[in-house]
Design a binder for this molecule. Structure first.
Ligand SMILES: NC(=O)c1ccc[n+]([C@@H]2O[C@H](COP(=O)([O-])OP(=O)(O)OC[C@H]3O[C@@H](n4cnc5c(N)ncnc54)[C@H](O)[C@@H]3O)[C@@H](O)[C@H]2O)c1
Length: 261
């Protein structure tokens, strides 16, 4: 059987951990040549090492996705090394800085940081990917990581607003890109206590806290278990491959039925 992404050149942002690492590994398994982009270069290098150890092709770049120069440089490095860009997975994101913080608990600086890392990043990644795709004569796939928090409201207003923005940007880019054969979709995960996301947001980084959160998060999903980075990676492979050649502008919940209720 042919690999689904044979020969494709793919950038994965946030590839140093969680969904990004799992997706970078799956893309490489399917034959893609992967660029592991992350603000945490050591994490990105480790993902690249894991890909190469499994017989795949990858390299790591340091990239702060909220910085225009870094995003431009990551795409330039991809084109220089692989000759093209076929897949842009804008996945990197951060949680609200304090677990349970309400809208009024956020300073303006904290809100600006959330929007820069979660939304401006997707604007930048999509803008420069579209420019590169058009330079190549059209085609190309954008995938963004949104969230169930951008589909339904449960609180977490500041973070949720950034993901709602990601969703609308995804659909609009799909419409603008369609005449050029450019597709854009998003995955919208529900709770993933096993990635580093929740500890970044202030969940204590110990086994007891993780276990309690895993139980609580799992119970909130109709299928009864937490979402894993690998669940997201499987959906991501479908959405960046030709198996979804006629799918664009969709927001795919990877949520164990959370938003279906
Ligand atoms: N974990 C969850 O419960 C959950 C739920 C819904 C959506 N998401 C979304 O999934 C995506 C991936 O999160 P994860 O759970 O894998 O978290 P994670 O913390 O394990 O991974 C995030 C990665 O992004 C990187 N990153 C952070 N800021 C960056 C920046 N400015 N530039 C480049 N890289 C940066 C981190 O270094 C890290 O490697 C995020 O967009 C997040 O909002 C997560």
């Amino acid at each position: 059987m042919t690999a689904l992404l044979e020969g494709r050149a793919a950038i994965v942002t946030g590839a140093g951990s969680g969904v990004g690492r799992a997706s970078a590994l799956r893309f490489a398994q399917e034959g893609a040549r992967v660029v592991c982009a992350d603000i945490d270069l050591a994490g990105a290098k480790e993902t690249s090492r894991l890909i190469e150890a499994a017989g795949g092709t990858a390299f790591a770049v340091a990239c702060d996705v909220s910085r225009e120069d870094d995003v431009v440089a990551a795409i330039a490095a991809t084109v220089e090394r692989y000759g093209q860009l076929d897949i842009m997975f804008n996945n990197a994101g951060i949680p609200t800085p304090r677990l349970g913080a309400k809208l009024e608990d956020h300073s303006v600086a904290e809100f600006d940081r959330l929007t820069s890392v979660n939304l401006r990043s997707v604007f930048l990644g999509s803008k420069y990917a579209v420019l590169q795709f058009k330079k190549q004569g059209g085609g190309g796939v954008i995938l963004n990581t949104g969230s169930v928090a951008g589909l339904v409201a449960w609180g977490g207003a500041a973070y949720s607003a950034t993901k709602g923005g990601v969703h609308q940007l995804t659909r609009s880019v799909a419409i603008e890109g369609a005449p050029f054969g450019i597709r854009a979709n998003a995955i919208c995960p529900a709770g993933m206590p096993a990635t580093n996301f929740m500890t970044t947001g202030g969940l204590p980084d110990d086994a007891d806290a993780r276990e309690a959160t895993t139980r609580e998060v799992g119970a909130s999903h109709p299928l009864g278990r937490p979402i894993t980075a690998e669940d997201c990676a499987q959906a991501a492979v479908f959405l960046v491959s030709d198996q979804s050649a006629n799918v664009t502008g969709v927001l795919v919940p990877v949520d164990g039925g959370y938003v279906a209720r």
